[in-house]
Write a protein that binds this ligand. Structure first.
Ligand code: UDP
Ligand code: MG
Length: 319
């Protein structure tokens, strides 16, 4: 019975157009690395033929396993399920769409053999993505770095190698809203960057529409910082100070000058402005409270329908 040295975790949601190519490229890289390996595809409730195609790989290739979810749970839950089920000593995480090149695996593995526990891919360039995505991503990574005390590397997605011990430490963290790259940074260990150019999707469309991007960003921020909550305190101080000064001016005008205190428009302006700020802060608190509510319910991050694939004794070896 030979245990794999390497595990590859691949989340896939409606990726029928790319999945065959993904499997081909992953396999040729893994075979080239000359150690026992397994590829774990996590099918995140795809509505297309993704699951059937992967099940086909499982039939002919004992190093492939497929985890089927009961429905679409999301990118982070899919990676979590993969990480919870790996058997290898070093785990690669890679998207199914080939935007991140599997050909970088040997370089990451070399870092691992040097003694690093995490080798994360750092994007020095992004190709074929909209300017909107590029700008929001750039802003997001820098913004969240400023908000938190955890050292979250910028321009880094989930594409990386992690040592088994890191994987176990992250899997043990009980939180349900999982910003995985953040959790991997949070657990510490020895981490190193491997730079690369992010390619265009091989085929298909992004599975992250604006709505998912916003909720992803909010998850990340609320999971790693409560600085936004402190905003209320600072703004409150600022507004009280400003209104106190304003009141002094009004009193001065009333008693020492003859100019009339002008009215309605400015009053409405101030009221609307402060109401807006109040509502914004209430909403912000709601984001945190909503997440506390989600966590407290303790529902699992994902539910597995079935696992397709071979058992340990059948894992293909290269010797
Ligand atoms: N994905 C997933 N569940 C989802 C959305 C995406 O498993 O609900 C997978 C998707 O198949 C891909 C990876 O997560 O392998 C990243 O998604 P995508 O490439 O669409 O995101 P982008 O690169 O555009 O940010
Ligand atoms: Mg992608």
């Amino acid at each position: 019975m030979i245990k794999p040295v390497y595990s590859v975790v691949v989340p896939a949601y409606n990726e029928e157009e790319v999945i065959r190519e993904t499997y081909k490229r992953l396999t040729s890289v893994m075979v080239g690395m000359d150690e026992p390996y397994e590829i774990i595809f996590v099918n995140d409730g795809s509505r297309d033929k993704t699951a059937e195609i992967i099940a086909g790989f499982c039939e002919s290739d004992p190093s492939v396993r497929l985890i089927n979810f009961t429905r679409n749970f999301g990118h982070m839950p899919a990676i979590t399920a993969g990480m919870d089920n790996v058997r290898g000593e070093a785990i690669f995480v890679i998207d199914a769409d080939l935007q991140d090149p599997p050909e970088l695996f040997p370089e990451m593995a070399a870092k691992w053999k040097e003694g690093y526990h995490v080798a994360y891919g750092k994007r020095i360039k992004r190709k074929g993505e909209s300017w909107f995505k590029k700008i929001t991503a750039k802003f997001f990574y820098r913004f969240i770095r400023r908000l938190t005390t955890v050292d979250l590397p910028a321009d880094t997605g989930e594409f990386r190698l992690i040592d088994r011990r890191v994987c176990e430490a992250v899997s043990k963290l009980p939180e349900k809203h999982r910003y995985i790259r953040g959790l991997v940074s949070w657990v510490g260990f020895k981490q190193v960057a491997v730079e690369y150019v992010r390619e265009e999707r091989f085929a298909g469309e992004t599975k992250y529409p604006l709505r998912k991007m916003v909720s992803f960003a909010l998850d990340a921020i609320t999971a790693f910082s409560y600085k936004p909550l402190k905003l209320a305190t600072s703004l409150g101080f600022f507004l009280s100070l400003a209104s106190f000064i304003y009141l002094l001016i009004v009193l001065y005008q009333r008693f020492f000058t003859s100019s009339a205190i002008s009215g309605w428009a400015s009053t409405m302006g101030v009221i609307l402005f402060s109401q807006g700020i109040l509502l914004m802060i209430l909403g912000l608190m709601g984001e945190y409270i909503g997440r506390i509510y989600e966590e407290i319910k303790g529902r699992p991050t994902y539910i597995i329908l079935e696992i397709v694939g071979q058992h340990e004794e059948d894992i293909r070896t290269t010797d």
